[in-house]
Write a protein of this length. Sequence first.
Length: 71
Amino acid sequence: MAIVTKEMIIADVLKIDEGTGAIFLGKGMRCIHCPSAAGESIEDACAVHGMDVDELVGELNAYIGSQAAKG
């Protein structure tokens, strides 16, 4: 199972599981649809959007873990 870190590029997280896009969008991070996603880390995006990076990373990892458990 892949582990998401705050240093990861958004596009790389989306490659791990496209379903993570709903989490980003749910937080108002529309950046997943723009060129920034290819070079912006989760930490950088959270700073721009005024979000807690550790909270977002936790949600992403919980989602990916739940998907892995489904098999």
